[in-house]
Write a protein that binds this ligand. Structure first.
Ligand SMILES: [Zn+2]
Ligand SMILES: [Zn+2]
Length: 354
């Protein structure tokens, strides 16, 4: 590292993002690794953060928690890796030692947090990133796989896995997915291809997302929520019975309510959305039908299984990767991705070009 500054997308407070020159991160602890970021992509939660929906994040903070990189420096306690290794990474760090980690609740590690949201744990929309507890959180990229083939594994697919497995989707089921942004698209993909649902119904307000899923064969029915009664449409598709399971990624009162009311007896509604405020749910409707509502974000499980399925070609997210630019254009990328402009689904960020 001949120069000691790098370019990074810095959050300075609500609606204040800039591409700044900042210090290149250094090893601070023996379990740290420094990565040269080879590919990154903003997440919808970065967009929420940038406009101030996550007031607990203290600026300045470098955003970005979906990424791949190459190891350029290693702390003395890091095991199983070498300088030059290509890696992907879990979106939140975890120590492996605290009470929560010992219970297996690694996404709630007492010493952890999502990259870019915790003081001192900067994100990956930068040229370099420091990875604490590297031996725990890095995922080696298998020989023969490209960065773009694995980059959506830990966050998009990991979150979708939690939703689909929490909804107990089974072979032959009819599953509705409310909100088909990148996580919802991954939920449709997993429900159809991995959990072997017979019928997937995708619901969204943006027609281009629905059309993409239909074209890819990942949704059997697409419903634009602007076009009439979603609950009635799902009940009609299912012969009046309702879906066996529903996954919500939208986090709005109307989507959760529609998910519940279009799910059949003994069905499960699993939400992986972020809820900015409390909402009312029709608990009487659920009670008389034995419908369960399950919440949460993700447990970082299923990643090994999905990596194998990426290797064997059964999981392919290339259809979602609609845009790509170097880090130089990150502000434009945030605007295009965050505003769902130009048919954008995921916007890949390649290294800064000097
Ligand atoms: Zn994310
Ligand atoms: Zn921990």
């Amino acid at each position: 590292m001949e120069n000691n500054t790098m370019k990074a997308l810095v959050y300075h407070g609500p609606n204040q993002l800039s591409l700044d020159d900042v210090a290149i991160p250094q090893i601070e602890h023996p379990e740290d690794v420094i990565l040269k970021v080879t590919l990154a992509t903003p997440c919808t939660s970065d967009v929420h953060l940038a406009v101030g929906h996550m007031p607990f994040v203290q600026p300045p903070s470098i955003l970005g928690h979906e990424f791949c990189g190459e190891i350029v420096e290693m702390g003395t306690a890091v095991q199983g890796y070498q300088v030059g290794d290509r890696v992907h990474c879990i979106s939140a760090i975890f120590c492996g030692k605290c009470t929560m980690c010992q219970k297996g609740y690694i996404s709630y590690c007492e010493n952890g947090g999502v990259f870019g949201t915790v003081k001192g744990i900067d994100g990956a929309l930068a040229e370099y990133i420091r990875i604490p507890y590297a031996s725990q959180v890095l995922i080696p990229i298998p020989e023969g796989l490209k960065e773009e083939e694995v980059i959506l594994l830990a966050d998009m697919l990991g979150t979708a896995w939690y939703g689909v497995s929490n909804a107990e989707v089974k072979k032959g089921d009819t599953v509705s997915v409310f909100g088909v942004g990148p996580v919802g698209m991954c939920a449709c993909l997993l429900a159809k291809k991995v959990f072997k649902a017979k019928t997937v119904i995708a619901v969204d307000l943006l027609q281009y997302r629905l059309d993409t899923l239909f074209k890819e064969g990942l949704a059997d029915y697409i419903i634009n929520a602007n076009d009439g009664d979603v609950i009635k449409k799902i009940r009609d598709i299912t012969g009046g019975h309702g879906a066996n399971a529903a996954i919500d990624t939208a986090g709005a009162a109307n989507t959760i309510n529609a998910a519940i009311r279009s799910t059949g007896h003994y069905g499960i509604v699993a939400t992986v959305a972020i809820f900015p405020k409390p909402i009312e749910v029709p608990i009487h409707f659920m009670t008389y039908r034995n419908i369960q509502l399950r919440t949460g974000i993700q447990k970082c499980d299923g990643l090994d299984i999905m990596l194998d399925l990426i290797k064997s070609g059964q999981i392919n997210t290339s259809f979602m990767q609609t845009h790509s630019s170097p880090l130089n254009d990150i502000l434009k990328a945030m605007d295009t991705f965050g505003g769902n402009k130009d048919g954008c689904i995921k916007y890949l960020i390649t290294p800064y070009e000097r």
